[in-house]
Design a protein around this ligand. Structure first.
Ligand code: 13P
Length: 343
């Protein structure tokens, strides 16, 4: 089967390398706006040079490829080079990490639905994907955002986002890129775990219906969902094993077994809780797909808190990142424990 010269088996092979080797994904694709916001909170200059320095710190972390199979980059980052002139894409490849790229253009207000969003970026996407393939990317990411507030998660919002995700995924496969399909049901709010479960299940059904309609090959794609969680402000914060059970139950009800793998976003969980919940899923799960991570904040934040833009703290920050990667790698085997966390 021809997909822009790339075979279906090449897509499947890339997907398997991403999720099937006991490693996970590192999301480092924050837009300049989001990256600057995180820098501002720590007093780090919001400049291209500082963003480059931060990304170089991440990508040159010793041993990163032992736990990371793929790194999702932002448009600015995929074109940047390390201080010695080596393109970041080559730095990744040398570490055994597959370069990926965020290709959506952000969640914008959805007409007629106050508070809800539709992710944009389909116009011109075929040409942009070709450009990213030529730069070395072999997978891509698109994030849709669904709010689980009682008056939101409307059918209009879910269907519009599911349709866009499916059109993006089909274009990716045509271009030889494995699509990472990310429908994120947000953690912000006071909703219960049950509300998150219901909205996540409805969203996933909507997404897979559209993926099927658009002819997306499930074996050559990865799902990046939220875990099923109570809202951050919900008075009942369910135990780790309750979250793990609800998440796996929701997924097995809505995600076809042919999908190559499931790589969770962290969504604002603390790094340790994200690891503990992923671990609990892998300790008991009989799910048909690998359950791995595709975290941004839950991998990066402790390292960013140490670095704070200070060159003398690069080594300590890299150690903190390597530690989180190690914790999450252990969680894929069900071997993570709180004892792995430092005091
Ligand atoms: P978080 O893990 O910080 O939620 O980010 C994952 C991601 O890629 C969001 O699109």
């Amino acid at each position: 089967m021809g997909r822009g010269g790339v075979t279906a088996s090449a897509l499947q092979e890339t997907a398997q390398r991403l999720v099937g080797q006991g490693r996970g994904l590192l999301a480092m694709d924050e837009s300049n706006g989001t990256c600057n916001k995180r820098f501002a909170a720590l007093g780090i200059p919001q400049t291209e040079a500082a963003r480059r320095d931060w990304r170089e710190l991440i990508l040159t972390t010793p041993g990163l490829g032992e736990g990371i199979s793929g790194a999702i980059l932002y448009d600015e980052t995929i074109r940047q080079t390390a201080a010695d002139g080596t393109p970041f894409v080559r730095v990744l490849e040398a570490a055994g990490i597959i370069p990926g790229i965020k290709v959506d253009r952000g969640a914008k207000a959805l007409a007629g639905r106050p508070g809800e969003t539709i992710t944009e970026g389909l116009d011109g996407l075929r040409d942009r994907l070709r450009g990213y393939y030529d730069l070395g990317a072999r997978f891509a990411k698109w994030r849709a955002v669904i709010s689980p507030a009682e008056d939101q998660a409307s059918r209009g919002c879910i269907e519009a986002n599911a349709h866009a995700l499916a059109r993006y995924a089909a274009l990716c496969q045509e271009a030889g890129l494995v699509p990472v399909v990310e429908p994120e049901v947000l953690m912000t709010g006071a909703h219960t775990l049950e509300r998150c479960r219901a909205v996540t299940e409805e969203t996933l059904h909507g997404v897979f219906r559209q993926l099927w309609t658009q002819g997306v090959m499930l074996e050559g794609m990865i799902l990046k969902p939220n875990m099923v969680l109570p809202g951050l402000d919900c008075p009942i914060q369910d135990a780790v094993d309750v979250v793990a059970f609800a998440t796996v139950q929701c997924l097995v009800r809505a995600v076809p077994a042919a999908v190559a793998g499931v790589a969770f976003l962290s969504g604002g969980q603390t790094p340790a809780l994200a690891s503990a919940r992923l671990n609990a899923m892998n300790a008991v799960s009989r799910a048909p797909w690998p359950l791995v991570f595709s975290f941004a904040r839950a991998l990066q934040q402790p390292a960013l808190d140490i670095w704070q833009g200070n060159a003398s703290r690069v080594g300590a920050a890299q150690e903190a990142l390597a530690h989180r990667v190690g914790c999450n790698r252990a969680a894929l085997r069900g071997d993570y424990s709180l004892a792995m966390e430092r005091a």
